[in-house]
Design a protein around this ligand. Structure first.
Ligand code: NAI
Ligand code: HPV
Length: 531
């Protein structure tokens, strides 16, 4: 039974889902990094929010981990690169808390415009400070959105309802979407020059870090109200402090800080500064949503291989997962075959899809083929890590698809381009193809030669010149070595030409056998393959 560690405060809804789906959970909130590392290998899944930080060390220690689920949106607390390299899927819940966070941003905008927290404090202290708090009307003012995705768009809708004008800086916002939302797409400098209020809604990435730098903030209108409910690292906090002190900024309201939990911060105590402790997603509704969603997604993945909202793996719906399973198995086996016979590596990979499989969601199938392909040389690789490992290695990958499949209902062909080496004049493309028949993977072509057979867990692959008596000699040699033959598949180009034998055998043969085979005059190549 898979086991999940819930390492941050999640609604009970998550535990209920895991339990109903037959997954064990441990709830351990507030663990130190060392405490987490000490127990990490016990779990197949790790469910977090923003406080727990699964970095490369935690992921390395979590030797059984298959999935990290983020009950929320931002994943900057998770080392996705390390997770990908270890084959761990990282998934989030991209919509569950978007409305709640947009509402918090709007609340912060009003709180800052009318200095509500300070007015509240003064009033409750018995000062009746009516003259101290003259605010700013927001109607017809310009709101500048930095980032106009899920949350930004919801803030825009609300701001339009408040009769504000909305301009947005988001390089990925299309003109069509901007028109649909009724926002004006502008560049960052224009936004800085025109906005009366700026609110941030981008993820924290290398591109967005410090997007509101000192220089950028200096370009903003005097009297700007700044709201940050996205991530602390987006803004230069020291510059904001100075600008609140010198009046360049009228007010700032931050839910997020460069260092969290923010027990101390340069902004604390600044004039017209409002802080909340990362409460953007903290409503009952949002927490139910994200807990339910993350638990369902993680359970789906652990139990059926369905992938939703993953940041490092293509999606596979619960309906697709069983349909794709045999193709994933076939692709992985073909890849494994190609990888095991590419003794000197490969420079390029082409995957061809024909027939029924061409119409399916091919991304996970390709990922499986690459996982098989890289396994021989890289060992610890899976569908999550294989595509990025291949991309980093510089090997070119391309894919073709055709609905036509002349012989089989479906066919996957993997071609690898092998380099010329000192010992081998065999350069150019090697190709292997297989089909799924009655739900089982079958190999149907090796090096362009047709042959038909099932995969066995151990197979002897022999590439030889077609000569009378060769097959008999091969069988005798295996018999002498005490190797039982389970299946025997033959293919050849033409009489007396290049031929192949693919022999399913019970158990691993001794190394000397392949050496003996290799030494035979008609043998060009012999190898034991594992599937
Ligand atoms: N305070 C809180 O509790 C919460 C904070 N968040 C934060 O809000 C962020 C945004 O969430 P969503 O809107 O759901 O994400 P999203 O992915 O839907 O939208 C982000 C937008 O930022 C844009 N963007 C990316 N790079 C940019 C750049 N260099 N300059 C300008 N725009 C850029 C993207 O094109 C996208 O449209 C999350 O990544 C998370 O960090 C999310 C939920 C709760
Ligand atoms: O979803 C997000 O990105 C958030 O920042 C919410 O964070 P939290 O789950 O409240 O720690």
């Amino acid at each position: 039974m898979p086991k999940v560690l819930i390492a941050d405060d999640l609604s009970q809804a998550a535990v209920d889902i895991f339990t109903n789906r037959g997954i064990d959970t441990d709830i351990k909130v507030g663990l130190s990094k060392d405490e987490l590392i000490a127990i990490a290998d016990q779990y197949d899944g790790l469910a977090v929010r923003s406080a727990c930080k699964p970095d490369a060390d935690v992921i390395a220690a979590a030797t059984n981990l298959k999935v990290i689920g983020r009950a929320g949106i931002g994943v900057d607390n998770i080392d996705i690169k390390a997770a990908t390299a270890k084959g761990v899927v990282v998934m989030n819940t991209p919509f569950g808390n978007a409305v709640t966070t947009a509402e918090h941003a709007v609340a912060m905008m009003f709180a800052a415009a009318r200095q509500i927290p300070a007015a509240d404090q003064g009033t409750q202290a018995g000062k009746w400070p009516k003259k101290s708090f003259v605010g700013t009307e927001l109607s017809y003012k310009t709101l500048g959105l930095i980032g106009c995705g899920n949350i930004g768009a919801r803030v825009a809708e609300r701001a339009k309802g408040l009769t504000m004008k909305v301009v947005a800086y988001d390089p990925f916002l299309t003109e069509e979407r901007a028109i649909e939302l009724g926002v004006e797409k502008v560049d960052l400098d224009t936004l800085l020059a025109r906005a009366d209020v700026i609110t941030l809604h981008t993820p924290l990435t290398d591109q967005t870090r410090n997007i509101l730098s000192r220089e950028a903030l200096a370009k903003a209108k005097k009297g700007l109200i700044l709201v940050n409910c996205a991530r602390g690292g987006l803004v230069d906090e020291a510059a904001v402090r100075e600008m609140l002190d010198n009046g360049h900024l009228a007010a700032a309201a931050f839910d997020v800080f460069a260092e969290e939990p923010a027990k101390e911060n340069i902004l604390f105590g600044a004039p017209n500064f409002i802080a909340t402790p990362h409460l953007g997603a903290a409503t009952v509704e949002a927490q139910e949503n994200v807990a339910l969603q993350v638990a369902e997604q993680m359970s789906d993945y652990l139990l059926s291989g369905a992938v939703t909202n993953a940041l490092n793996m293509p999606s596979v719906t619960a309906d697709e997962a069983p349909r794709l399973k045999p193709f994933i198995e076939l692709a992985e086996k073909l890849g494994a075959f190609a990888g095991q016979v590419s003794d000197h590596g490969f420079e390029e990979v082409v995957i061809e899809y024909e027939g029924e499989v061409a119409e399916l969601n091919r991304k996970p199938v390709t990922a499986a083929a690459l996982s098989g392909l890289l396994h021989a040389s890289r060992g610890d690789v899976n569908m999550v890590s294989a595509p990025s490992i291949l991309a980093e290695s510089g090997v070119k990958l391309s894919e073709t698809k055709t609905e036509e499949s002349p012989v089989y209902d479906n066919l996957i062909r993997i071609k690898v381009k092998v380099p010329r080496t000192a010992n081998s004049d065999e350069t150019g493309w090697r190709s292997l193809a297989g089909t799924v028949s009655a739900g089982r993977p079958r190999i149907v072509e090796v090096k362009g030669m047709p042959l038909e057979g099932a995969f066995s867990s151990v197979m002897l692959y022999v590439n030889n010149i077609d000569k009378p008596g060769f097959i008999g000699a091969l069988g005798a040699m295996l018999g002498e070595a005490g190797i039982n033959i389970a299946t025997f598949h033959l293919g050849r180009q033409d009489t007396g030409g290049e031929a192949i034998a693919l022999i399913g055998i019970d158990g691993l043969p001794p190394h000397e056998l392949t050496e003996k085979l290799d030494a035979l005059p008609h043998v060009r190549y012999a190898k034991v393959l594992n599937f």
